[in-house]
Unconditional design. Structure first.
Length: 630
């Protein structure tokens, strides 16, 4: 037979199978997205979480006003919650413009961002030369892993969702730029990278991650020989691959400096503790990747680290890293994905401690993506049909497990109370969870949701005592003092406030609480009123004139001066409070003051009635005097 005359004949059955396979490939991404929406759809009926959501949304007057010129200016100039992320704040303003104080719009935006990120990751996987099935596996692992519930269900974690969107877009356009050589793709990549930094300061790792992509899958970096030499690395630093990332390194350095200057770092922790905590954190994340069980919003930092746990964790990290380096020639995906995982989580691993936690599920939203790629690529290692079937079966079972686990864990995010009850169930020594449950019971009393307020106060006191027993903090001392006030035990409240001041002398809230108690408590001695003035003045100094609550602090200072008998000083401060409230246009503070005045006029409490009756009389005399003088 003449080979040139040989023709390829496709039977109708083969054509039907090919069309069927192509149709399935086209349905993979929609199937993943629909499953994601189905799993996460209950989140739109959830409430805000009274942890950071209050700071970002429902107690933030700037966000609640929606998109305004002053609001946008504030977003770029004022770090919030120890972080500079103006684009995130503007996105929350847009949600408030649309939905007001309703949590539904905020949760819906988070959900759509998660769906968008899933679709972008699917496209990025294809750019990595993964086929449709493996790309769908990466996207499904990302969309359905239970560790990612926190990022989607928590409105305050908008920054993580939004920044991931722009990081994925930057990676997609970088791959296009390298493969097509189109300069416009480079500028788009750079623009999305800057937008990512405006959403969350994560730009520190992005330039190095792109260098990893140059090694795999782009294959722009080739190390001659088994090991890279210093000469090869020095040559690499002078190449175009590094020069084109200089703008990214500049932005990364700026983001790092801004983050260090705005975050409240726990400087009391020693460097040995920080390094040990960092070493222990990575194996903890690996365990949650494979077995996401007992998830919690707060994994509190232990007071001390077990040396054996640190040594074992270090051995695991070194072993996996050496294996990845050894396989870099034959399996570059292992080298790139493992080190990208380490790099993405290193800034939040505890070296720079922020908050009471040592790990957090929300950090895995971007950090787990490299390991999802590794898991998908491992499927190619199956040399036999039986082994390939086992790998695929395990992948399907694991995805079902993830979907069910995410749906079940999502139910804990219905409210603040259910969320921290779950956290306390996972770890009975979680002092943060106990404190927030005490706060939830207190809010039920203050907002009239409790049928038996005395029982709710007793329950809140029980949770607060458990938190103090696990680890005393000034916040819980203040909370416990306020509960003692509500229970009619002012002397106990005074002791708790004094304990809060002793534990954290530079805390404005503790000084304010003690001053308020002494200034508003019926009876009392002149000595106590002098103490109230001292603590009120100290609280005003600590909180600063720029703080939105500063007028409330001055209000207590005015009451303290009035109780001491210095009515002219009280009058002067009260006038300042009125001027500040009107100049700052704070509707919440103005409404609070008006209600406070009406309460004084009705004479609901002897101290407030006496204080403001005298102050108002003196104010009238003061106005008459000024009229006569003029």
């Amino acid at each position: 037979m003449n080979p040139a005359s040989t023709t390829l004949t496709i039977t109708p059955q083969a054509r039907k199978v090919a069309y069927s396979s192509a149709a399935w490939r086209e349905l993979l991404l929609p199937l993943v997205l629909v499953t994601t929406i189905f799993v996460y759809w209950p989140v739109i009926r959830h409430d805000f979480i009274n942890l950071d959501d209050n700071v970002y949304v429902f107690e933030n007057p700037v966000i609640q006003r929606g998109v305004t010129i002053d609001g946008v200016r504030w977003a770029f100039h004022a770090p919030l919650n120890g972080m500079w992320h103006p684009l995130t704040l503007i996105s929350l303003m847009i949600d408030a413009q649309i939905g007001g104080r309703s949590a539904k719009v905020f949760h819906l935006t988070n959900l759509w961002l998660h769906v968008l990120n899933t679709a972008l990751l699917y496209k990025l996987s294809q750019k990595f030369c993964l086929n449709h099935w493996r790309s769908a596996l990466v996207a499904a692992l990302f969309a359905l892993h239970p560790c990612h519930v926190e990022a989607v269900a928590w409105v305050a974690e908008r920054k993580g969702l939004l920044s991931t969107t722009f990081v994925l877009l930057a990676a997609i356009f970088y791959l296009r730029y390298v493969r097509q050589g189109n300069r416009s793709q480079y500028w788009l990549m750079l623009g999305f990278a800057v937008l990512a930094s405006l959403s969350k300061p994560i730009m520190v790792a992005l330039p190095v991650i792109l260098l990893f992509l140059d090694y795999w899958p782009l294959r722009r970096i080739v190390f001659p020989g088994a090991k890279p030499t210093i000469h090869v690395l020095a040559t690499l630093l002078r190449t175009r691959m590094v020069r084109e990332k200089i703008p990214l390194f500049v932005v990364a350095a700026a983001c790092g400096l801004i983050s260090l200057s705005t975050q409240r770092i726990a400087t009391e922790l020693s460097w040995s503790y920080r390094i040990g905590s960092c070493v222990v954190a990575f194996p903890s994340y690996l365990r949650k990747l494979v077995f996401p069980h007992d998830l919690s919003i707060m994994y509190v930092r232990p007071e001390w680290l077990d040396p054996s746990a640190v040594i074992l964790s270090l051995a695991i990290l070194i072993g996996i890293s050496l294996l990845a380096v050894g396989l870099k020639g034959r399996l570059p995906v292992c080298f790139v994905t493992w080190h990208a995982f380490l790099l993405l989580l290193l800034p939040v691993s505890g070296l720079v401690p922020y908050g009471p936690h040592y790990i957090a599920d929300r950090y895995t939203y971007l950090g787990f993506i490299p390991l999802f790629f590794l898991f998908a690529c491992v499927l190619d290692l199956a040399r036999t049909a039986r082994l390939a079937f086992c790998f695929r079966s395990f992948a399907v079972v694991f995805l079902i497990f993830c979907a069910l686990g995410s749906h079940q864990y999502l139910s804990a995010w219905v409210s603040t109370k259910t969320l921290f009850a779950r956290a306390l169930e996972s770890n009975p020594a979680n002092y943060v969870a106990s404190a927030h449950l005490a706060l939830c019971s207190l809010q039920d009393v203050l907002e009239g949701r409790s049928a038996t307020p005395s029982d709710s106060i007793a329950e809140a006191s029980k949770f607060a005592d458990a938190s103090l027993q696990a680890r005393p903090t000034d916040f819980v001392y203040i909370l416990r003092g306020y509960l003692a006030e509500l229970a009619g035990k002012p002397e106990d409240a005074k002791l708790y406030y004094q304990a809060a001041i002793e534990s954290f002398p530079s805390g404005a809230a503790a000084h304010f609480s003690l001053a308020r108690l002494l200034a508003w408590c019926p009876g009392g001695e002149s000595k106590e009123f002098g103490t109230a003035v001292h603590h009120a003045e100290r609280a005003c100094q600590l909180i600063g004139i720029e703080h939105p609550a500063y007028p409330e602090y001055l209000d207590v200072l005015a009451c303290a001066h009035a109780r001491k008998g210095d009515f002219w000083k009280a009058l002067e401060i009260l006038s300042q409070v009125q001027r500040m409230s009107s100049s700052q246009s704070s509707q919440r503070l103005f409404g609070l003051m008006e209600e406070q005045r009406r309460c004084f006029v009705r004479g609901e409490t002897w101290t407030r009635e006496l204080t403001f009756r005298v102050v108002e009389q003196e104010f009238e005399k003061f106005r008459e005097t000024k009229v006569k003088i003029h």
